[in-house]
Design a protein around this ligand. Structure first.
Ligand SMILES: Nc1ncnc2c1ncn2[C@@H]1O[C@H](COP(=O)(O)OP(=O)(O)OP(=O)(O)O)[C@@H](O)[C@H]1O
Length: 384
């Protein structure tokens, strides 16, 4: 959908901002450009909507060479969101959102209807917000208006230049979550600039890491960037804690699970004790195979059934959730293990701190060697 083919930009003073950059963004994909200050991210983005003209190479949007497209027409088909939004202070929120529809000659009623629909979509109920002015909104709310405005004429492509940088970290996290939900719905093709690797990992389908002079160091999925940095520059940029960051992009798979003894809520305590053997505890399932809780071996004695002594288990995740979510659940519930559930809440197994660690190591090792995680044979210090 967006293709950069050997694109360069040398400013008149001789600064090379971008050097022979080739990059493609598939339809519906979100590609994040990340790198230190001054490495050419913004210049790259501005060349796509012709706010800056390249000095070499070609750029295509939906197959058309942008240098052959009228810039005004081009920009109407590309939503643009910038850091401090740039809302018009003397226009109401509804009129700010409707700027491009107005330029495109939509009727007043149609503009208003579209603006209300978009405000709803970005979580700003129009009854409350439509008639306000920008100074009557919080920073996070203004950013949402910026996103709504960029979506106004439903452009297939969005360019977003540090859109969430001006707000505090908590609001930023909320905006990122909302934005990901929105993107699930609207599936735009997005180029997103940030200098924050955490934001890149959280949002990007793929990440392009730039070094000074607009040189592309690596263009890959977040998991691969974190697991197998292509150059020392990338390794340094993503940080020594990249293993930890990778938790958020590594999903829990069935191969990661441990399988402690399992008993049923209506089993007798005697049969449960026999099932447990030497294990100190067992998972308790209900009659449908769902998670009911757990029981410790020292309470599985005497007459009665498992449900008399079973305890609820609050810590669980779904297959496919990230290892980070699993780890956070473990910490939140102060649990030594958490259950993993599949479709229809079916119990599949458990994750413990050591299986979680192994899962992470396996996925990093798999990326380093370009094989599947299940093919990795882990050797630990104590085995060696
Ligand atoms: N109009 C200009 N004239 C000359 N040099 C420029 C111009 N605009 C940008 N540059 C230079 O081009 C390089 C890349 O700038 P650019 O704004 O693209 O970087 P960036 O990666 O977006 O940086 P930041 O994260 O700080 O916003 C920098 O060295 C910058 O000083």
């Amino acid at each position: 959908m967006i293709r950069l083919d050997g694109v360069s930009k040398r400013y008149p003073d001789g600064t090379v901002a971008v050097h022979e950059l080739s990059l493609d963004v598939a339809k519906g994909e979100l590609v994040v450009l990340v790198g230190p200050s001054g490495c050419g991210k913004t210049t790259t983005m501005k060349m796509v909507n012709r706010l800056v003209e390249p000095t070499g190479g070609r750029i295509f949007v939906d197959g058309a060479d942008v240098t052959h497209t009228d810039p005004v027409k081009l920009r109407r088909g590309i939503g643009y969101v910038i850091q401090n939004v740039g809302l018009f202070p003397h226009r109401s929120i509804v009129d700010n959102v409707a700027v491009v529809p107005e330029l495109s000659g939509w009727s007043k009623a149609r503009r208003r209807e579209r603006a209300h629909e978009l405000l709803e979509l970005v979580g700003l109920p129009p009854d409350t917000y439509a008639r306000r002015y920008p100074h009557e909104l919080s920073g996070g709310q203004r950013q949402r208006v910026g996103v709504a405005r960029a979506l106004a004429v439903d452009p297939p492509v969005l360019l977003m230049d540090e859109p969430f940088s001006a707000v505090d970290p908590v609001v930023r996290g909320q905006l990122q979550d909302e934005f990901l939900r929105l993107q699930e719905d609207v599936r735009k093709t997005i180029l997103f600039v940030t200098h924050d690797i955490e934001e890149a990992v959280r949002l990007g389908d793929r990440i392009a890491v730039f070094a000074q002079g607009g040189r592309l160091e690596q263009f890959d999925t977040p998991a691969s960037i974190l697991g197998a940095p292509a150059t020392p520059f990338v390794a340094d940029f993503v940080g020594f804690d990249r293993g930890l960051k990778r938790l958020s992009v590594t999903p829990v798979t069935e191969a990661d699970l441990d399988h402690p003894p399992v008993v049923r809520a209506d089993d007798t305590l005697r049969s449960a004790a026999a099932t447990m053997g030497t294990s100190r505890w067992a998972v308790v399932l209900d009659s449908k195979g769902g998670l009911a809780g757990w029981i410790s071996q020292d309470t599985a004695t005497g007459d009665g059934v498992v449900s008399d002594h079973a305890r609820r288990m609050e810590a669980w995740v779904e297959l496919g959730d990230s290892l980070k979510v699993a780890f956070a659940e473990m910490l939140q519930w102060n649990a030594g293990w958490i259950a993993v559930l599949g479709d229809d809440d079916r119990y599949l197994g458990v994750l413990t701190p050591s299986t979680l660690h192994a899962a992470l190591r396996r996925s990093v090792e798999a990326d380093n060697r370009s094989i599947e995680p299940s093919q990795v044979d882990l050797v630990t210090v104590s085995d060696a």
